[in-house]
Design a protein around this ligand. Sequence first.
Ligand SMILES: Nc1ncnc2c1ncn2[C@@H]1O[C@H](COP(=O)(O)OP(=O)(O)OP(=O)(O)O)[C@@H](O)[C@H]1O
Length: 294
Amino acid sequence: MGPLAQPTPTAGSTALDRTTAGAPSSRLEMTGISVAFGGVTALSDVSLVVEPGQVHGLIGPNGAGKTTLFNVACGIVRPTAGSMTWRGKPLRRLRPHQLAGLGISRTLQGVGLFPGMTVLENVMIGAHRHARAGFASALLALPRSDRDERELRARATAALADLDAEGFAGRYPGGLPYPVQKRVALARALVAEPELLLLDEPASGLGEDEMHELGELIRRLSGRMSVLLVEHHMDLVMRVCDRITVLDSGKQISAGTPAEVQADPAVTEAYLGDDVEVPAAGEPSATDGGRHRG
Ligand SMILES: Nc1ncnc2c1ncn2[C@@H]1O[C@H](COP(=O)(O)OP(=O)(O)OP(=O)(O)O)[C@@H](O)[C@H]1O
């Protein structure tokens, strides 16, 4: 999709301060979210709850509004109506730079790694929530704590090792295969040990085996954190999600467990004409991974 619009400029920040959050429960609640881009209604009164420790899938045909809702959760798009709470507290005027402080990490479509930095440095940037002096100061060559730097390095190395990518630590992202770059982007999101992980199409560009590994990883992560997953690959979504919300033309048309959603005729209807087949419950889809209807 094209460039994202334009959150309204805000004076001051009122997004929830993590230090005052208190509530232990990593629950994201989005209620009555509507978004209009000029004359185009991208979302109309959509609600969903990502329960603590659960994987919540967001699916729908092309143009359904998935990325728009994801971007609302990231603070990239400001909703025209609706509200959000995170850990039981209102989340207002959220901006993307506040996510880390709230215990939220995201990966976006594509990989978004910095080409001029090594893999390890890219991942270290994601760990800044844990640094006192901060990696930003390292970037700016400001005085910093060597201990912080060592800790960052260790955390980033461990995150890469978790994703079997530690062997690429000293490499630059541009020369690496796309699936490896995706793993590095995921390591960067995980190194901060988020309580909520927002994943926008993490399986795009992956082969069958890599997708299977990604599924295992997401299942391993659930329980440790809540996950909101936007994804076109139906088999993956049906395998890893605890609950699923289905959008079509900006509206919620179904929600429930994978089995409930698969059995919902409204979902099959929404995908008619698409080259994605919604597999019957328990069955793998022969066309898993198809997506565009043009
Ligand atoms: N920045 C924008 N400006 C104008 N219209 C937009 C913008 N972003 C999205 N839209 C429109 O909003 C609607 C929802 O788009 P969105 O990208 O959220 O859908 P999606 O479900 O993520 O689609 P896809 O699966 O193709 O990525 C579409 O009609 C799209 O054209």
